[in-house]
Write a protein that binds this ligand. Structure first.
Ligand code: HEM
Ligand code: HEM
Length: 175
């Protein structure tokens, strides 16, 4: 296995891990928004954040590899797709940073008690789904999984996002 494919495989494994981790975090977080309770597990989210930081570092490496590949230079389409992956990733990062500030200032139970709070959760849910959808093709490729699973990955990401938005709206309505 070449160094290049080792890095891609590592990124695929880390990416799949953080997808599952943050979908689970958002699912538990959506319940906290509806029925406020103290899980005492907020610290555990930072393990996921550390894995996301490793993911970003690996993405820098895979992006450099793609852009400097002289044997199979990237097409315009591939470069555009890579730019879209960076744009959705940075959008997700910004939404997550705002989310942490809201959780730390307003408190987890009150994060959707204002319209602004609901907008932050909606933006976060959209950003997570958009980034997973845009990355779904390379995720399956890096993990050597048949690309026919792409609609299933995208469908699941969008369904979860819709449920997170619904939970935030219901939680806001109950206040
Ligand atoms: C719709 C999606 C999400 C919902 C409903 C949600 C909800 C929550 C809630 C309720 C907490 C507080 C947990 C507690 O105090 O026990 C929390 C904390 C946190 N969330 Fe989320 N979350 C979502 C998505 C995300 C995403 C995508 C990220 C990062 C990429 C993230 C990063 C964090 C972090 C770092 C904390 C810990 C903040 C602290 O230490 O005070 N969340 N989230
Ligand atoms: C909860 C956080 C995140 C999740 C769940 C996530 C998920 C994913 C997934 C599933 C892929 C496709 C995997 C692959 O190419 O093997 C991917 C690729 C990518 N992500 Fe993320 N990501 C997150 C955070 C970020 C952040 C914060 C950034 C940038 C600031 C980012 C930038 C990228 C880039 C550039 C790629 C494409 C890498 C390539 O094609 O070589 N991601 N991400």
């Amino acid at each position: 296995m070449t160094k290049r494919s080792r890095i891609r495989l590592a990124n695929g494994v880390v990416s799949a891990g953080i997808v599952v981790f943050f979908i689970m975090h958002a699912s538990i977080g959506s319940i906290v928004g509806l029925v406020p309770f103290q899980s005492g597990l907020a610290w555990a989210v930072w393990i996921g954040v550390a894995c996301a930081a490793i993911h970003v570092a690996l993405c820098v490496a895979t992006s450099i590899q793609q852009l400097t590949d002289t044997v199979r230079p990237p097409s315009i389409n591939k470069k555009r797709h890579l730019a879209l992956k960076w744009a959705t990733g940075v959008f997700l990062l910004v939404c997550a940073a705002v989310h942490v500030v809201v959780v730390r200032t307003a408190g987890a139970g009150d994060m959707i008690s204002s319209v602004t709070g609901v907008i932050v959760i909606v933006a976060l849910a959209v950003a997570l789904a958009a980034h997973i959808c845009v990355g779904s093709k390379s995720l399956l490729k890096d993990l050597n999984v048949d690309r026919s699973f792409r609609p299933a990955v995208r469908g699941a990401a969008c369904t979860f996002a819709a449920l997170f938005v619904l939970a935030a709206l219901v939680g806001f309505g109950l206040r």
